[in-house]
Design a protein around this ligand. Structure first.
Ligand code: KG4
Ligand code: ZN
Length: 380
C-alpha cells in the first residue's frame, strides 16, 4: 500500500509518501514541509486567508517535488499511490479546504480512494512512531486504556483511548489553547511568531545562566485551575497575569530610572527570561498535574503526547517524570512534534483499515460532498 498524505490545517503545507505492507512498519519514501511561519510573523499569528493563498501556491510545487524525488526513487519509477490521506479538520477552514480540494482532484485523476483524516489523530500517532532504520517508522503497540495529552496551537485536550480508535475527551481548555498562550505571551515580550520556541529559548537561558539565583520575588504567576477537581485547563487568566506582570515590571523599571538598550522603562533581557521561565513553570505544573490525575482516575498504563507544544524542553522533562513501572510514556520524536504529513498518512492508513466510514471511493457522491470541518472533534 502506497499512501500520499496531505496536510494543510494551519501554516505548514506538508506532503509525504509512505509505503507499508503490514500497517506496522512504514517506509517514508518522500516528504516535504513548506512552512509559512515567516510570512505570518509580521501579523503576529496565522492569517487564514494568507495561509490559504500560500497553500494553493505550494501544493502543486510540493507534489511535483515529491513525485520526482531523485534521492528516493529509482529512475523511471512511476509513483502513483493507492490511497490519499488528507487532513479535513480540525484547523483553519480556508486552509483545510485547499488541501482537501487538491486531494479530491488527485483521487479522481488517479482513480484511487481518499481517507479523510483527523489532524489530532495524526498527532496521537506521531507519539507512537519509532525508528530503528533511516526513513522506516514502526508503530509501537500501546496498552489500553491510554491517555493522550494533545497540546498544540489550537488544542489542549486529555483524551481517554479505550482502543486505538475509541476516543473520549475527558478534559480540555475552557478558553485558550496552550500553544496559543505561548504565542500570545511571546508577542507581549516582543518575540516573533511562533512564540513557543522563542519562550523555550529564553527560559533555557534563564536556567543556564543561573538567573534564578538573582531573581527577585517580583516575578510570580498563577497556576490556573491547578486545584480544580476536573481535568480541564485555563490559560487565558495566565496570559492576562503575564500582561499585568509586564506592566508592573516596566513601571518599576521606570521608577528606578532604568535605561537599557531598548529604551526607558522597557523590560531587561533578564526580566524577559524570568517571565518566560515562570510562565513555562506555570504551564508545566498544570499540564503534569492534570495529566497525572487523568492517569490515576482512569487507571491507564500508557500516556501519549502530541502537538507542537511537546517540542518544549521543560514540558518533555516534566512528563518524563511521570513515567514509571506502571506507566509507559510515548513522546514524539522532535521532527514529528509540529505539523507534518507523515503522521496524517499513518493515521489515515490505519483508519482506512479499521473502518470504512472515512474511506471514500473516487467519483462517489460521498467524496464529492466531503467537507472540511474546522471544529472536527476526533472522528465525532
Ligand atoms: O501542532 P502544531 O504545530 O500546530 C497546530 O496544530 O496548532 O502546534 C503549534 C504550536 C504553536 O502555538 C507553537 O508556538 C507551539 O506549538 N510550539 C511550542 C514549541 N514549539 C512549538 N510551544 C512551546 N515550546 C516549544 N518549543
Ligand atoms: Zn497540529
Amino acid at each position: 500500500m502506497r499512501i500520499l498524505a496531505i496536510e494543510t490545517s494551519c501554516d505548514e503545507t506538508a506532503m509525504s509518501i509512505l509505503e507499508s505492507s503490514d500497517g506496522v512498519s512504514f517506509d517514508l519514501l518522500a516528504h516535504e514541509i513548506a512552512s509559512q511561519a515567516k510570512l505570518h510573523t509580521e501579523y503576529g499569528g496565522v492569517v487564514p486567508m494568507l495561509a490559504k493563498r500560500e497553500h494553493m501556491t505550494n501544493l502543486p510545487i510540493i507534489l511535483d517535488k515529491i513525485l520526482n524525488n531523485p534521492n528516493l526513487l529509482p529512475i523511471n519509477y512511476q509513483l502513483i499511490p493507492n490511497l490519499i490521506a488528507v487532513t479535513y479538520g480540525p484547523g483553519l477552514e480556508p486552509a483545510l479546504w485547499t488541501g482537501l480540494n487538491f486531494a479530491k482532484e488527485l483521487a479522481t485523476k488517479w482513480n484511487i480512494p481518499l481517507v479523510a483524516t483527523d489532524h489530532m489523530h495524526g498527532h496521537i500517532v506521531s507519539a507512537q512512531l519509532e525508528s530503528k532504520k533511516a526513513n522506516t517508522y514502526n508503530l509501537t503497540p500501546i496498552t489500553y486504556p491510554a491517555i493522550a495529552l494533545l497540546i498544540s496551537g489550537g488544542h489542549t485536550q486529555l483524551v481517554l483511548m479505550r482502543d486505538w480508535e475509541d476516543f473520549e475527551t475527558v478534559g480540555q481548555t475552557v478558553d485558550d489553547a496552550v500553544g496559543e498562550a505561548f504565542d500570545k505571551v511571546a508577542r507581549m515580550l516582543g518575540l516573533p511568531y511562533p512564540g513557543g520556541p522563542e519562550i523555550d529559548k529564553l527560559a533555557t537561558q534563564f536556567v543556564q545562566h543561573r538567573m534564578l539565583d538573582r531573581k527577585e520575588g517580583s516575578i510570580g504567576l498563577p497556576r490556573p485551575m491547578l486545584h480544580s477537581k476536573d481535568l480541564n485547563f485555563s490559560f487565558s487568566g495566565l496570559k492576562t497575569a503575564v500582561l499585568y506582570l509586564i506592566k508592573k515590571l516596566k513601571d518599576e523599571n521606570k521608577l528606578a530610572g532604568l535605561v537599557n538598550e531598548i529604551g526607558e522603562g522597557e523590560l531587561t533581557y533578564e526580566q524577559k527570561c524570568g517571565i518566560a521561565y515562570e510562565f513555562t513553570q506555570a504551564v508545566v505544573e498544570v499540564l503534569t498535574k492534570k495529566t497525572a490525575r487523568a492517569i490515576e482516575q482512569f487507571d491507564t498504563k500508557s500516556l501519549l503526547v502530541g502537538g507542537g507544544v511537546i517540542a518544549n524542553k521543560p514540558i518533555r522533562e516534566a512528563l518524563n517524570q511521570l513515567q514509571g513501572s506502571t506507566l509507559k510514556l510515548y513522546l514524539p520524536d522532535m521532527k514529528f512534534t509540529g505539523d507534518n504529513a507523515t503522521m496524517i498518512g499513518i493515521a489515515g492508513y490505519l483508519h482506512s483499515r479499521g473502518g470504512t466510514v472515512n474511506t471514500l471511493l473516487p467519483n462517489s457522491p460521498e467524496l464529492e460532498s466531503l467537507k472540511a470541518n474546522g471544529n472536527l472533534s476526533l472522528y465525532k
